[in-house]
Design a protein around this ligand. Structure first.
Ligand code: SF4
Length: 260
């Protein structure tokens, strides 16, 4: 017996499988949809607003006012989607949702000067082969510096991690550095995580060592996914993350944990 293995490996698949193989199966093998929550949709909205800001204005036009106008456009695109309707927000909750999104966009302008940024890619969909697996990731923004270096920027709309946990968060972004290296033949000189809520910027410079760490981890996770698909053995992993899992109702381990 075997189930069909996913065709690509992404940072979110690595995280999902590492956190709980059973949740990975529900999501990426059985394709059971996970309803988006307000925080996720607010993140999507802010990402789209910043995407529009860079796509539709030249450097000296990138103002807070311009970004908030882009947010309004992005919200109009989103408001009739199934995910947004599914949240069931009333007028007051919608106003709070939008106010929080506007705050995140406003915070962005205190973290970098968008007029000094020269993007060479926005929402860049990159793929690269590693061993027998195709890696895939979408980069929020790729910039070129005056000295020719390239820099990956990733917007985060949740809370910034504790300093001792920020390095593990960067593993996902090292993945993007690897994709750039393979796609452009140039490793980014910096990976920047912009935590808009707390106005914290985490920066790391990828090295040969971090790239080796990333590739060995990706290959190890992929081998574990292949084994799980071959044997149809996706073990549940009961942790504090179960609290946020969309599959609680169908997960036998979680249901048993409630009963005990
Ligand atoms: S409830 Fe917990 S154990 Fe069950 S699928 Fe979700 S994360 Fe895994």
């Amino acid at each position: 017996m075997a189930v069909e293995i996913p065709s690509t490996l992404s940072p979110s698949k690595i995280t999902k499988f590492t956190n709980c193989p059973l949740a990975f199966r529900y999501s990426y093998i059985d394709h059971i949809p996970e309803p988006a929550n307000a925080a996720q949709l607010r993140g999507t909205l802010v990402h789209r607003a910043l995407q529009l800001l860079y796509a539709e204005s030249v450097a000296d036009q990138r103002s807070t006012q311009q970004a908030l106008a882009a947010l309004d456009v992005a919200f109009e695109e989103m408001r009739e989607t199934d995910d947004m309707i599914g949240l069931g927000l009333d007028e007051r909750a919608t106003a709070t949702f939008l106010r929080e999104a506007r705050t995140l966009v406003t915070h962005y302008f205190s973290m970098e000067d968008p007029g000094a940024v020269e993007p060479i890619g926005i929402e860049l969909d990159l793929r690269a082969t590693l061993g027998n697996v195709e890696l895939r990731g979408i980069i929020d923004r790729l910039d070129r510096l005056p000295n020719g270096d390239i820099v990956v920027t990733d917007y985060k709309t949740g809370r910034s991690p504790r300093p001792d946990a920020s390095r593990s968060r960067l593993i996902g972004v090292q993945f993007y550095a690897y994709l750039c290296q393979e796609a452009f033949g140039l490793r980014p000189s910096e990976i920047r995580l912009l935590y808009l809520k707390d106005q914290v910027v985490v920066v790391e410079s990828p090295t040969d060592q971090t790239m080796r760490g990333l590739t060995s981890r990706a290959l190890a996770v992929w081998a574990a996914i292949e084994r799980a698909c071959e044997s149809e053995d996706f073990r549940p992993n009961i942790t504090g993350l179960c609290r946020y899992c969309s599959y609680q109702d169908r997960c036998p381990a979680y249901q048993s944990s409630l009963a005990s």
